[in-house]
Write a protein that binds this ligand. Structure first.
Ligand SMILES: *Cc1c(COP(=O)(O)O)cnc(C)c1O
Length: 359
């Protein structure tokens, strides 16, 4: 079932108490907007936007890489990384369910002419080195050339330990593959693991960081890697229409987010943990929590009625099956947690609600 089932079902007129569908719900606050208004700008297509350059240098350093490129979205950043690493007819090995494979409309195949080889993942959402070795193609004209391993962290909120990422990367490198890391939520991973972002970032050749999720910027992502790769990355970005002009207003939001909002990610994880223990105590279904995400598996048939019931109270959640997703972020008021728990409790207590949609 698609991650986005129910995600488009937006507010129906009433006041929103909290939007838990995704951490993309975060809006720029007054201080971030002020930073955007103050931003020095120039034409970034000519490399003349000082705010964009500052953001690129900041993220490169943060992720232990030499250089970086600013993008409108992490989707375009991932695709540009694929284009920089691969030629037409090459193959990208990528974990099953990872964003690049499952949620980017197969752009790597459609626009970069590469084959996507899914790899099975373990319970920790990482790819085993044995699986990588089994899937890398031999040098045989019947096969595409295996060129790139694309990893992800966090995956579905799960922070994969450095040792696991290192092991996967080493297995691929031994066969001459390059490594991309889709770290859209990399800072959630490093916050959870208690490691410096550079320790994770430097395990890959290219790394995507998204600014518009839990960090709270309205748009933007950054791709980091070495200076040589960045030349190809910038050409890919131009081809894809992602080279912007006075993008410093957006870069300023990203810089503000990194300087002021990264430290708050731990609060989001704590909120998710507190919420999940209270939800678990209701005994209405299996609950899993990892970083800022909670996956709740109520009985079959309950998902859509529960989503509608909550949305009528101004609480928005994802209605994915089998597990509904609730994502905690900086725009969630901790006081609203009690309201959400009480609403879920009321739903399960009200038999007539369930009778409308037999369990
Ligand atoms: C959200 C996300 C993306 C895409 O981000 P956009 O900026 O919305 O394009 C890529 N990878 C992962 C892991 C994501 O969670």
């Amino acid at each position: 079932m698609s991650l986005y089932r129910g995600i488009d079902a937006g507010p129906s007129g009433q006041e929103i108490i909290c939007d838990l569908r995704s951490d993309t719900a975060t809006c720029p606050d007054t201080a971030m907007r002020a930073a955007m208004a103050r931003a020095e700008v120039g034409d970034d297509c000519r490399g003349e936007d000082p705010s964009v350059k500052r953001l690129e240098q900041t993220v490169a350093k943060l992720l232990g890489q030499e250089a970086a490129t600013f993008f409108p979205t992490a989707t375009q950043s991932n695709l540009s990384a694929v284009m920089a690493h691969c030629q037409r007819g090459d193959e990208v090995l990528v974990g099953e369910g990872y964003h690049l494979l499952a949620d980017e409309a197969a752009g790597a195949s459609v626009l970069a002419d590469v084959a996507l080889q899914p790899l099975s993942v373990g319970a920790d959402m990482c790819v085993d080195s044995s699986e990588i070795e089994a899937r890398i193609k031999p040098d045989d004209p019947h096969c595409p050339v295996s060129r790139l391993l694309s990893l992800e962290n966090t995956v579905s909120g799960i922070a994969i330990p450095l040792a696991r990422i290192r092991c996967a990367a080493e297995a691929a490198r031994e066969h001459g593959l390059a490594i991309h890391l889709d770290g859209a939520r990399l800072l959630n991973a490093t916050t959870e693991l208690g490691v410096a972002p550079a320790e994770l970032g430097q395990l890959a050749d290219t790394v995507t960081l998204c600014l518009s999720k839990g960090l709270g910027a309205p748009a933007g992502a950054v791709l980091a890697g070495n200076a040589y790769l960045m030349r190809s990355v910038r050409r890919a970005r131009k081809i894809l229409g992602g080279a912007m002009r006075q993008a410093g207003v957006l870069a300023a939001a990203g810089l503000y987010a990194l300087e002021n909002n990264s430290a708050g990610l731990i609060r989001d994880h704590q909120l998710a943990a507190d919420f999940s223990s209270r939800l678990r105590a209701l005994g209405c279904g299996h609950v899993r929590q990892a970083t800022n995400m909670v996956h709740f598996e109520p009985p079959l048939g309950v998902h859509e009625p529960l989503r509608v019931f909550l949305s009528e109270k101004g609480i928005l959640i994802g209605a994915q099956e089998p597990a509904m997703r609730l994502v905690f972020h900086r725009d969630v008021d901790p006081a609203a947690i009690t309201t959400v728990i009480e609403a879920i409790e009321a739903f399960f207590e009200d038999a007539s609600v369930l009778n409308r949609q037999p369990v």
